[in-house]
Ligand binder design. Structure first.
Ligand code: FES
Length: 313
């Protein structure tokens, strides 16, 4: 895993809850390039690893620009970015990866919901440079909460359709007209789960690969009905209680016990740990069935209700 040491060169408040960060490398040398839709994984000041889409042009980048929404119900990563990643702060950043790449198409429909605008903005800027035909639908609660709205309308004019529902269920945008008939265009959608679920549901009759999603949370790290449980770390001799709203990895971090991690969403395999005793509730997308009796991804998986785990840590 390539980690780049970077510095916060600038911060810009985009909305009351969203801050843009411009990150520049500490050392000389070219930054890895990236394509639209790419993200970086940033080690927040709290130690949490978080994925953020890149907003700027990645052809020959001298900086990485990301926007971070403070998640008040989150697990502390975004809050630590907002509160502690001040100008001049240094961070580790994993080189860009792209799970949301664009394919060549005659026309594009880009759909953004809330902070999901970040990869959509990068894609629109790329398509504009390439002279391609595209439209954007940008949904948010209100104009004041819509990051980059002014930049988008200035750059792309009436190709941007902004819709604000003001939290009113009756004003939710109706996508049916866009999806009733499959069209010769590619759709790229990034936003909250209900928006992506809706687009998935109404585009089921479209040809495979025509409608694409960026899902930053393929795995729910904690769920509303999760319970606290105990975990014994046999090598270090420590026993921790993992709170209902924390992962094992976060509980270890809170206790000052560091271990390796990367995606912190159960998808990369970095935090694989030997499970010595106990029955696990596996939530990752990495382990093979035959590995599950003796291994655990501590960034997302937990003890089964009422259970206790012993780990080889
Ligand atoms: S850190 Fe990637 S699977 Fe746990």
């Amino acid at each position: 895993m390539e980690l780049i040491r970077m510095r916060v060169a600038a911060r810009r408040a985009l909305t009351p809850h969203i801050v843009e960060f411009t990150l520049v490398p500490l050392h000389e040398g070219a930054l890895p390039a990236f394509t639209p839709g790419a993200h970086v994984t940033v080690e927040a000041p709290s130690g949490a690893m978080r994925r953020y889409s890149l907003v700027n042009d990645g052809t020959a980048p001298s900086k990485y620009v990301i926007a971070v929404k403070r998640e008040s119900a989150g697990r502390g990563g975004s809050a630590s970015m907002h509160d502690e990643a001040v100008e001049g702060h240094e961070l580790n950043v994993k080189a860009p990866e792209n799970d949301f790449p664009m394919a060549d198409a005659p026309r594009y429909l880009l759909i953004a919901g809330g902070i999901g605008v970040t990869p959509i903005y990068a894609m629109a800027s790329h398509l504009e440079r390439e002279g391609k035909d595209f439209n954007i639908i940008y949904l948010s609660r209100s104009a004041g909460e819509a990051a980059y709205l002014e930049d988008l309308t200035t750059a792309f004019g009436d190709r941007v359709l902004a819709h604000h529902d003001e939290g009113d269920f009756d004003r939710i945008y109706d996508f049916w007209d866009h999806f009733a008939e499959p069209q010769k265009l590619s759709v790229y959608c990034c936003g909250p789960k209900p928006l992506m679920d809706e687009i998935r549901a109404i585009s089921g009759h479209w040809p495979e690969g025509r409608v694409n999603f960026e899902d930053f949370k393929p795995v729910e790290v904690v769920r509303a009905d999760d319970e606290p449980f105990e975990v014994e770390l046999r090598k270090s001799g420590a026993t921790l209680t993992v709170p209902a709203n924390r992962s094992i990895l976060e509980a270890m971090r809170d206790a000052g016990l560091n271990t390796v991690s990367s995606c912190e969403s159960g998808t990369c395999g970095t935090c694989k740990t030997r499970l010595l005793e106990g029955e696990a509730d596996h939530r990752d997308m990495v382990l093979m069935d035959e590995e599950k009796a003796n291994n655990l991804m501590i960034c997302v998986s937990r003890a089964c209700p009422g259970g206790r785990l012993v780990l080889d840590l």
